[in-house]
Design a protein around this ligand. Structure first.
Ligand SMILES: [Zn+2]
Length: 416
């Protein structure tokens, strides 16, 4: 009887496997065009972690994958807009941790499906069966939890000629009293640092630190700025303009708008405190045409990733950033007799490059953290084009990704 059960089990297993494996003599008819035969299984996942602040899902393998046979994962998920997307996230020797885990940006972690991409003995790409994140133990976390051990900052809070009414508005946003306000600023630091770095150790190793910061709220003294960071004899400071607060006090700006805008502006400014940078000059004294995208693009990418940009602004910035290449973007600086920016769309500072950078998290949830690393690794050779190849792999071409980004934005725009 035992023997019979064993035979039946083998027959049943063979029957089940016949549908999905073409190795070892099993084949189930002719596969339709574009369908890749399934070989082997997905790696065993240890767990999944979802950062609710960044909408990032990270799946950890039980043990590191073998780079000789493992290429990465194909992942199917729901984007923040609600649309479905399926992409291949390739592991990459430039980032050894990509053999231990993968990360994707999604609004709904439970519905994420994935399968492993393997290289078989003929050197061809094959895939495993689909697995669902739903079957994994998933924990939720926040950026503040991940960076709970972020080294502390000593704050000096300064009120510089702000009316009582506007100050009350300020307190309604950042909290009343020193303790609440320091907590608000520290919370923003954690949001920013979690977008740029993997861990407290990763952050500490980057060489950045902020042992103290003076926070000044008052009349803006820099043309066109809502806030900025700089330094004086006391050390670094951040100045937040009080105009929006005064306007709110007069009833001209709603609490919701001012609250959202001030948080977003501060996230952009604090990115400048913690981000890696690229050189301003290239060899031979030439201005680096990628410098402003690496600084101001990144700051807007972080702001967008931390949900500090209005949807309408994100969409209009993307749609106004076309075409891909435009000579007229190069700003001629007469005194230096050279161009300041480059002609490519990914060389535009602020949201032009930044919102594209953050969209690339759909191709690798760790994209912005890896982008941070590339700025140090590549130095003068850093450009979005080179960084995309370095992070996502040679398979990916920045112009095709840009076109897909614009298609996604157009779809989002029409579905509104
Ligand atoms: Zn900036």
């Amino acid at each position: 009887m035992k023997h019979l059960i064993k035979i039946l089990t083998i027959v049943a297993l063979a029957f089940l496997l016949a549908g999905c494996i073409d190795k070892g003599g099993y084949k189930y008819g002719v596969l339709p065009d574009g369908v890749v035969p399934v070989e082997g299984e997905a790696l065993q996942a240890r767990n999944a972690v979802y950062n609710t602040d960044l909408s990032e899902l990270t799946v950890h393998w039980r043990s590191a994958a073998d780079p000789r046979t493992y290429k990465g994962v194909e992942v199917s998920y729901t984007m923040l807009s609600g649309s479905q997307k399926t992409v291949k996230i390739y592991a990459n020797k430039n980032f050894p941790a990509s053999y231990e885990r993968w990360c994707v940006l999604t609004v709904n972690p439970e519905t994420v499906n994935y399968r492993c991409i393997w290289i078989n003995e003929n050197g061809n790409e094959t895939v495993s069966e689909w697995s669902s994140v739903d079957e994994l133990p998933t924990t939720k976390t926040t950026s503040s939890e991940v960076f709970a051990a972020l080294p502390p900052t000593n704050f000096t809070l300064v009120r510089d000629k702000v009316s009582d009414e506007a100050w009350t508005m300020y307190e309604s946003i950042v909290g009343k009293g020193v303790e609440a306000q320091e907590k608000y600023y520290r919370g923003l630091f954690q949001q920013v640092v979690a977008t740029l770095y993997n861990s407290v150790t990763d952050y500490t190793n980057s060489g950045h630190s902020l042992p103290k910061l003076k926070v000044i709220v008052g009349k803006m003294d820099l043309d066109g700025a809502l806030a900025y960071v700089s330094g004086d004899a006391d050390g670094p400071f951040m100045r937040l303009g009080s105009d929006l607060l005064e306007s709110m006090a007069k009833g001209l700006t709603t609490f919701d708008y001012a609250n959202f805008e001030i948080r977003g502006v501060l996230i952009h400014e604090f990115t400048h405190v913690f981000q890696n940078t690229t050189p301003y000059y290239l060899d031979g004294g030439e201005l680096n045409p990628n410098f402003f995208a690496s600084i101001e693009g990144m700051a807007d990418a972080v702001r967008c990733a931390c949900k500090g940009v209005f949807e309408s602004s994100k969409i209009s910035t993307a749609l106004n950033s076309v075409p891909y290449y435009d000579e007229s973007r190069r700003e001629w600086l007469e005194d230096l007799k050279q161009y300041k920016f480059g002609p490519y769309v990914w060389q535009i500072p602020y949201g032009g490059s930044g919102f594209f950078m953050q969209w690339l998290r759909y191709y690798d949830g760790d994209f912005l953290r890896k982008l941070t690393a590339t700025m140090t690794i590549m130095g003068k050779d850093w450009s979005m084009e080179n960084a995309v190849k370095y992070i996502l792999g040679e398979q990916y071409d920045i112009e095709s990704l840009w076109n897909e980004y614009i298609d996604d934005i157009k779809a989002e725009n029409t579905s509104k």
